[in-house]
Structures are given as structure tokens and as C-alpha cells.
Ligand binder design. Structure first.
Ligand SMILES: Cc1ncc(C[n+]2csc(CCOP(=O)(O)OP(=O)(O)O)c2C)c(N)n1
Length: 640
């Protein structure tokens, strides 16, 4: 069927369209979102909510020279649909297909590859300052930021700087009252809710002015008094005052689904001098009843069945298997039930971390800081200093935002904060912004930290209990994956102790974390081929079990370390450092892990296979290394 959407090869094709055609186009864009996302889990409700805003921006500005940054970038799909990527839209988030976030390799309309919240205003301001400095013409710079991302500290750092620089900058605040979960915090409660009432203020002002016009002339004094009353009213009602006081001109709030009105607002403020904030009210999930009624579930729903043109979803197909996140949230719940000192802190990821039950049953010990990871970590340090046992439950990739708080507020004070690093490893379709591949090296840097990784499901609960008993900071990392179990007589979790699963005279696979079950399977296969390879579940990278691991290095002809993390400074590097410090030969140590490049998106299993980190890949490394070892040994014999 020929559609309007299929005729939009670039934003310039939008301009000839009438208002009615634009309304039809918006519908077609939502239909396409529903069609593709019904077969491919992706960010749904946020994208449905910004269709008109996206059209209005591309109709008002020329982003071949103007600048546009979508904060976080998870709501970029309508923008992709009208910037030449509609034909590939079905490949979204698949290996080799379109990325689920902005990607400059796909289109010049995407400026930064992003996925982490909060940086849009800084980048847009920097672009404007750079464009002005380098004489790139009188262009516009626009940042679109959600009310969930707004409280990130860096946004206010950018506002502060924008107020000082006075550059022309347009910030669109896309206010849908939601983060992934309902938004939290004083900014939303006191400022944004108040700003919504500004409509009331504007109406009141208009009515009073009309009333005044009809009254007999009472002179300038009365007018002035009424103005003062109104200004007082505005100050008490308008959350926009906060932005004004920081130096941004505040406009709105305006209806973000009324395209003609949005266009007219944008046209009016486009050429305002200095930084401007336009407050746009949208509905998350707009156009799909179920998504607008339950935007939490429909933030990233599983695949679903739909019927009819009314975009009605009839059923969501949820997977049945339990994931590491489930095991950790259950262990957290248990720890909170057992010890009233235990608290849990999430930075806006209650749903992703499956903490809803904890939130309901322990409301006074559950803290959602909003998308404010650095605050979350320093806040946890405060809780620990006061005698609490805080758990920061956080995605590995987002903990990067707290690097300095890990150093100063936690490690330097040696405070007992436990970090549960969810999604540590390859996170799959989200891609390079979300893979949690760097935590091992950046945490290893800091004295006082204990760092470990469960080898399978059986390790999870004992490790969390162990962590909460330590007098120092502890991190445990686990993947975005279904739980796996290696049946064995489980060794207790003890500080810096690896677990020897089996010892083999031909060599050993030393697994740090999630790939332990794959190593066990690889060893079984290799045994059937005549190679007797052992497996060690390393459990700790810091402190490292020097005794067990260096014995393996000393005694065995082949040692292969296996980790789902970067090789730069990871577990394998830690073993090499320890072996070197002990004066051991390290030439027979092979390290398997993630190489020094950003890994694209795709299913986790596909990515692991690409990197030689699945059972086949591990076996192949051992076979190859074994051939080289034999060849070397033969050659040495020959030379002798
Ligand atoms: C630094 C960081 N922390 C957490 C997330 C996870 N996350 C992705 S979208 C989102 C909610 C964003 O809310 P908002 O900005 O209001 O956008 P909306 O989805 O409501 O349109 C969160 C918490 C992230 N992407 N980056």
C-alpha cells in the first residue's frame, strides 16, 4: 500500500504537506511503530509520545545545518522514520540493522551516538558555542529533554552555563510526567506540576485584563497593583520561574500533540535571543490506548499481538525464564527482610531491576533518586556512614556516571556500600551505549574494593549475603541473561577464594562470572575429544585467589581466562599482573574477553559467538592453543 510515509525520503519532503496530510502522516508513523515494535521489543511508549514534536521540529528547523539532540536517544524512532531510514525500520535493533539510538554512522541527522540520559543540553550548547566560534553561520541549536532526564545534575550545570553564555539555545522540555516509572523528586513535584498551572495563570490574567477594560478608568495605580498581584500569583504558580532565574526564557506549557499550535510556538520563539526553554506537554504512549494507560509496561514491552487499525494490543508475550536480575532482586528482598539496616537505592531503574516488590514492602528503605547516578552513589555513602547497609542496584553502564563518587565518597572512606551491577557484559540489542563491559577495570583501580562475579545462579544469594557482611565496598557483576546453573557441591563464598570445579592435567579454563557454565560445557566437549581440561570458577577479581590461580599457571601447560568484559585491565589482565609479580612464565596464559573496540548491537548470543566467547569459541581457543603448545614443545625437543 502506498503511504505518505513512504514518500518522505528526508525532512524537506514534509514541507509541501497540508495540515490534514501531516495528521495522516503522524498516524502512519504510529502505525509503523506499532507494526515493527510488535515483532521487535524496543522503546515504545516514549516514541509514540513524540511524533508531533518530531514533525514540528523538522518543519521549523533545517537540521542539515541546525543542530538537534534528542536526550538519551531512546525516543529517536520517529526522527529515524522521516530522515531516510523508513525502508530499513524493520531491522531496528537487529545485528547489522538500525540502532535503537541516534547513530551518526547511519545519518547526518544524528549528531552523537547516545543512550545515557542527561547530556543533550550540554552538547547542544557546546555545538552552538563551537558553531559561533568557527563561523558556521547563524544556525539554531536544539535539545529535546524528557522530564525524567531533567533532574540529572549535568542538565543544571548546562543551564547554569547557558545563562552565563547567553547563546541562542532552544531546550524543549518534553514533559509526559513519566521517567520509566512515574517520575520522582522535588523538581517534578514542585516545579513542573506548578508550571502546568501556568495555563491557569495566563487565563486569569487575560480575564482580569478584560474585566479591567470594562471598568471605569481607575488609573495607572490600580493597573500596577493588579500587575503586582498577578506577578506574585505567577511566581507562586509557575515552575518556569526556576528556569527564568537561571537565565533561560521560559515559554509554555503547550500541548505537544497539537501540531499546528506546536509549529506556531516554535516559529514564534525560533529567533529569540539567548537560551529559551519551551515546556511541551505530551502523553507517553499517545495513540495506543494500552500504552498510554500503562506506560511503565509499554516503555519497552515484549513482542505483542495487535488487531485492527485502532492499534489495539491484544496480548503481550512475556518470556517465562528467570533472569539474573530476578535472582538478585529476590536476594535483596531477603536481605532487607532479615536486616533492618539494609536499604536499596536505584537511579530510576526500579522496573529494570525488578524492585517493585521491594518498593511496595519496604517503602522507607527503598530510594529512587531519579536519573542521578552520581548522587545515588554519594547518597549511599552517607547511608553507610550513618551505619546502614546500602545496596546500590544499578546497571553496569550507568555506574560509569559515578566514577568520582566511587573513588572519593565510597572507596577513599572505605564504606560498606554494596554495588549490584546488573547488565554487566553484552546487553544485546541496546548496543554500545548499554553494554556493561568496563566495570571490572574501573572498579579494580580503587583500593579497598572487593569485586566479584557469580559464576551461576547458585552463587548469587551467597555472594550478596557475603557482600553485606563485609566492612568495605563490594561490587558484584552479573549479566543480562537467563539464569544458568552448574550442579555441584557448592563451595562457600569466602573472601578472595576461587572455586575449583575440576582440575585437568591438559590445562584449565578460568571463568570470571557469567561464562562459567559455558566453560563447563566447553570442558566436557574437549574431554570427549581427548583433552582433559579443568574449570575454575574464579568468583573474585579483587582480591584475586593468588594461591589457586598461580598454582594453575605454574603447574598446567595451558591457562585460558574467560570473561564477559573488556580485556583491557580485566580479569585476565589481573591474572597476568599477579603471575608476573610472582615471577612466573605467562606465555601459556590466553585471555578471552571483549577486545578494545565498541561492540555493536545484536542478540547477546550472536555477539558472544562473534567474539569467540560461546562454547564453540572457547573450545576453538583451547584446541588452537594446545596445537601451538605441542608444536612449541616439539620444537624445543628438536632443538635439544
Ligand atoms: C544515565 C542513564 N540512566 C538511566 C537510563 C535508563 N533510562 C532510559 S530512558 C529512561 C527514562 C527517561 O525519562 P524521560 O527523559 O522523561 O523520557 P520519556 O521516556 O519519558 O520520554 C531511563 C531512566 C539511561 N538511559 N541513562
Amino acid at each position: 500500500m502506498s503511504t505518505l510515509l513512504s514518500t518522505i525520503a528526508s525532512p524537506k519532503d514534509l514541507h509541501p504537506l497540508s495540515d490534514e496530510q501531516l495528521t495522516q502522516l503522524a498516524q502512519e508513523m504510529r502505525d509503523e511503530l506499532v507494526r515493527v515494535l510488535s515483532i521487535r521489543p524496543a522503546h515504545f511508549a516514549s516514541n509514540l509520545g513524540v511524533v508531533e514534536l518530531c514533525l514540528a521540529l523538522h518543519l521549523t528547523f533545517d537540521f542539515t545545518k541546525d543542530r538537534l539532540i534528542w536526550d538519551t536517544g531512546h525516543q529517536i524512532y520517529p526522527h529515524k522514520l522521516i530522515t531516510g531510514r523508513y525502508p530499513q525500520f524493520e531491522t531496528l535493533r537487529t545485528r547489522g540493522g538500525l540502532m535503537g539510538y541516534p547513530n551518526p554512522h547511519e545519518s547526518p541527522y544524528d549528531l552523537f551516538m547516545t543512550g545515557h540520559a542527561g547530556c543533550s543540553v550540554s552538547c547542544a550548547l557546546g555545538l552552538k558555542a563551537g558553531d559561533d566560534l568557527l563561523g558556521h553561520g547563524d544556525n539554531h541549536s536544539v535539545a529535546v529533554i524528557g522530564d525524567g532526564a531533567l533532574p540529572s545534575g549535568i542538565v543544571f550545570e548546562a543551564f547554569n552555563n547557558a545563562g552565563e553564555l547567553g547563546k541562542n539555545l532552544l531546550v524543549i522540555l518534553n514533559d509526559n510526567k513519566m521517567s520509566i516509572c512515574p517520575r520522582v523528586g522535588g523538581l517534578a513535584r514542585n516545579c513542573l506540576e506548578q508550571a502546568r498551572l501556568t495555563n491557569f495563570y495566563q487565563d486569569a490574567k487575560r480575564q482580569l485584563q478584560q474585566l479591567l477594560a470594562r471598568l471605569p478608568l481607575v488609573g495607572g495605580m490600580a493597573n500596577q497593583a493588579i500587575d503586582q498581584v498577578l506577578d506574585g500569583l505567577k511566581a507562586s504558580l509557575s515552575g518556569g520561574m526556576l528556569f527564568e532565574e537561571m537565565g533561560l526564557k521560559y515559554f509554555g506549557p503547550v500541548d505537544g500533540h497539537d501540531l499546528p499550535s506546536l509549529r506556531s510556538w516554535l516559529a514564534q520563539i525560533k529567533d529569540q535571543k539567548g537560551p529559551v526553554l519551551l515546556h511541551v506537554l505530551t502523553e507517553k504512549g499517545h495513540g495506543v490506548l494500552q500504552a498510554s494507560e500503562d506506560p511503565v509496561t509499554y516503555h519497552t514491552p515484549p513482542v505483542f499481538e495487535k488487531v485492527g487499525p485502532a492499534r489495539t494490543i491484544v496480548s503481550l508475550r512475556r518470556g517465562g525464564a528467570k533472569a539474573y536480575t530476578d535472582a538478585v532482586s529476590t536476594a535483596i528482598y531477603q536481605a532487607m527482610a532479615n536486616d533492618p539496616r539494609v536499604t536499596v537505592i536505584t537511579a530510576a531503574m526500579c522496573q529494570g531491576n525488578k524492585l517493585e516488590k521491594v518498593r511496595t514492602d519496604f517503602p522507607t528503605r527503598f530510594f529512587d533518586t531519579g536519573i542521578c547516578e552520581s548522587h545515588a552513589v554519594a547518597f549511599a555513602a552517607g547511608l553507610a556512614k550513618a551505619g546502614g547497609r546500602p545496596i546500590v542496584d544499578i546497571y553496569s553502564t550507568f555506574l560509569q556516571r559515578s566514577f568520582d563518587q566511587l573513588f572519593q565518597e565510597v572507596a577513599l572512606q572505605n564504606l560498606p556500600v554494596t554495588f549490584c551491577l546488573d547488565r554487566a557484559g553484552l546487553t544485546g540489542p541496546d548496543g554500545p551505549t548499554h553494554h556493561g563491559t568496563f566495570d571490572t577495570p574501573y572498579l579494580r583501580l580503587f583500593p579497598n574494593f572487593v569485586i566479584m562475579a557469580p559464576g551461576d545462579e547458585l552463587d548469587v544469594a551467597p555472594m550478596l549475603r557475603f557482600a553485606l557482611d563485609q566492612p568495605c565496598p563490594v561490587a558484584l557483576r552479573y549479566p543480562k541473561a537467563n539464569l544458568e546453573k552448574v550442579e555441584r557441591g557448592l563451595a562457600p563464598v569466602e573472601l578472595g577464594q576461587a572455586e575449583i570445579f575440576e582440575w585437568g592435567p591438559d590445562g584449565v579454563l578460568i571463568a570470571y562470572g557469567s561464562l562459567f557454565p559455558a566453560c563447563v560445557k566447553a570442558a566436557e566437549r574437549l574431554r570427549s575429544e581427548g583433552l582433559d581440561i579443568g574449570v575454575i570458577n574464579a568468583r573474585f577479581v579483587k582480591p584475586l585467589d593468588r594461591q589457586t590461580l598461580l598454582r594453575a599457571v605454574e603447574q598446567l601447560p595451558l591457562v585460558v581466562t574467560v570473561e564477559e568484559g573488556t580485556l583491557e585491565g580485566g580479569f585476565g589482565s589481573a591474572l597476568l599482573e599477579a603471575a608476573n609479580a610472582a615471577g612466573l612464565d605467562t606465555r601459556h596464559i590466553h585471555r578471552l574477553g571483549i577486545p578494545d573496540r565498541f561492540i555493536e548491537h545484536g542478540e547477546r548470543a550472536e555477539l558472544l559467538a562473534d567474539l569467540g566467547l560461546d562454547v564453540d569459541g572457547i573450545c576453538e581457543t583451547v584446541r588452537k592453543a594446545n596445537r601451538v603448545e605441542n608444536w612449541n614443545t616439539g620444537r624445543i625437543e628438536e632443538i635439544r
